[in-house]
Write a protein that binds this ligand. Sequence first.
Ligand code: SF4
Length: 151
Amino acid sequence: MKIQKICPDYSIKPWKPAKHMVPHLTIETNMTCNFRCKVCYNLNTSHVKSLETILQEIDIGIQKRKVDTITIMGGEPTLLPDLCKIIRYIKSKKVLCQMLTNGFLIYNDQTDNFLKDLVTSGLDRIILHFDKGQEAYEELASLVFNHLGEN
Ligand code: SF4
């Protein structure tokens, strides 16, 4: 139902922000995930964008807006084989690069090589999210909180 039908005097127009008003771009690279959180809106999709599409989206975002930060998110972006290439591409554009992740693969990598690769590629920030229903929610959460407590 259109909002005008509920409230005829109320008009909502598409917001067209100026270029400088949208400094943050999010890219949903893949809808695949290694968890099945109860609240996730991606549970029934498994689409994975091609590297070419992802790089094109980055280019379009930077071209159309004055982007200073790009967030890579999924699904779960650590499942992407080309993740480090994407990070390097973003950094080559002189843009801050962050990633939203459930953190499972990073924290379960005994060698820390995965994290080192991400950092070496230029990843500036990791944003961890925990949701009820994650298979290893308690184990992962305690890992993170123990780690934070060490610093
Ligand atoms: S970790 Fe994130 S993407 Fe994966 S199922 Fe949970 S909410 Fe969805």
